[in-house]
Design a protein around this ligand. Sequence first.
Ligand SMILES: Cc1cc2nc3c(=O)[nH]c(=O)nc-3n(C[C@H](O)[C@H](O)[C@H](O)COP(=O)(O)OP(=O)(O)OC[C@H]3O[C@@H](n4cnc5c(N)ncnc54)[C@H](O)[C@@H]3O)c2cc1C
Length: 591
Amino acid sequence: MNKIDTERQKEIQQAEELLFAGPQALGFAKGLFHGHFVSDWVMPYPRLLPAQQTELDQTLAELREFLDAKLDPAAIDRQADIPREVIDGLGRVGVLGMTAPKDFGGRGFTQMANCQVLEEIGSRCGSTSVFVNAHHSIGIRALLLFGTHEQKQTWLPKLVTGEQLGAFALTEREAGSDAANVQMTARPSEDGSHFILNGEKRYITNAAIAQVLTVMARTPVPNSDKTAITAFLVTPEMPGFEMLEKRMPKMGIRGTATGRFALRDVKVPRENILGKLGKGLKVALTVLDFGRTTFGACCTGAAKTCLRLAVEHANTRRQFNKTLGNFHLVKKKIARIAADAYAMDAMTTITASLIDRGLEDYMLETAMLKVFTTERLWEIINDAFQIYGGSAYFVDLPLERMVRDARINQIGEGSNEVLTSFIALVGMRGPGMEFKEIYDTMLKPSRQGIGRAWTAGMNRLGAAVRIPDVPVRSAELRSFANQLARLIWRFNIAVNRSLIAYREPILDMQLVQERIAGAAMELFASTSVLSRWDAEMQFAQRNGQSAAKTNRAADLFLRQSFRRIRSFLAGLNDNDDKAILAAGDSALDSP
Ligand SMILES: Cc1cc2nc3c(=O)[nH]c(=O)nc-3n(C[C@H](O)[C@H](O)[C@H](O)COP(=O)(O)OP(=O)(O)OC[C@H]3O[C@@H](n4cnc5c(N)ncnc54)[C@H](O)[C@@H]3O)c2cc1C
């Protein structure tokens, strides 16, 4: 094996240990890659319990009243600051401890309910939603998920009210997309009572306004020369904590304080370790799963605002003696915004419900949600902007701010390129392992190996001959359900073919991965839409309403999503990949 192969094997082994430890129930997204439709996770469409819904409705009413009175997104953007009054108000409504247990002063909300709250904030102000995400979705998440009872008792009560604020500090100069490459060190003291932290973090939301930061640093692995990442709770008054830049001036979400800080021989007590020593990367990735879910909710809120703004303008602005909405090219944009906003909402709700219902492994769904909703929001804002024409360019309307605010979404919490590759590779791992079993046995037959290879072969064969069942309850949706089932079957065949054709080199073939991940995301989005529409029809039927009234947005989304899936799959065989790579190489090589 050459050096690159050895490195690659090491990376794969590390990822395996990190992501695939222990047996887990087959989730929905992983099921797609096996050609299954694991309906229990997605159908019927999830709903809050009546008591939870009542509590949510009351909270939303209170939140809206507060935001109407006190939140001024344009002023926040202009002054590049979220006023303390707004933060205190969010704390009073419970937003800053929404999913924290009631025992520690939180509201004990489910992720589904929390997403509704974030959608409301995201519909109004990008800065405020990123601030809340940084504090609640990721800043205090490691404490909520991995903290001991004592740690929670010590730290949470002030954090859930907003008396103190949280931040999540992973990124460094050398550890951006490559999150595992954290260089900040944490050396144990001789008596083992504390760790001494050294290094710098950058691009950290809330860094300069937080009283508690979850910081990722590299600790020695006992009895070896290796190191591993560990999560620590750090406070800014610890000697050696140096704020290098409190508010890095930036393009969008200007109200948030994005900072840089250094830790120079900062002594952090051992009791401040979150989770197990050396297991910080797992902590970080799990935390980001939650961040990506509320990202979806915030993007959904912003998408709904764009829809409202676009409709208002298209119905009132007249040119050529007609309102703009009469022109088909405008109508098309509005139709697409409505369809995508419906899908974003459905996908967010289903992803949040997976967490609430205790699916252990939802990393694929959260990654899909993040990529799907952030890409769609970018297009949606662009379309709404276009409908407004020149007026959108001026600061008296919110669209120019929304464009600036939305641009971070495709980069933060895992850039969409990294996540796209991740979705394809993690998804293909299951069927890939089955093929490997078969291949290894062919090369080196053994009794045990043949047994395993037989099972793997039957699984692959089963998925190849069986079209899965997509169990909708409304007869009107059967045709869509059948089309979806057939596309899942075709997707599975395409995955199998790619694995057989490319084998291990597929790990580096991102253009192939992009199509596979793209198709998988559309399958998840279509499923979410179908599930939601089915539930709406059932509800209408139960209440004696005419179920026949077609949901035009859902109808359009399914048609267009199915078209995109077919196009992704066709692109696996008919593409310009060689020319793209050659042109890229040529440009990269030119001085
Ligand atoms: C406003 C703001 C707030 C932030 N808040 C936080 C925070 O609170 N906490 C925190 O820890 N971090 C935070 N970040 C950091 C953010 O998560 C990183 O910016 C992000 O992970 C990308 O890292 P990078 O900027 O170093 O880009 P790089 O890693 O240099 O990547 C640049 C680009 O290269 C491409 N790329 C990289 N790797 C690959 C690959 N394997 N395959 C294909 N393409 C690839 C992608 O297009 C990517 O966008 C924040 C950043 C910003 C801008």
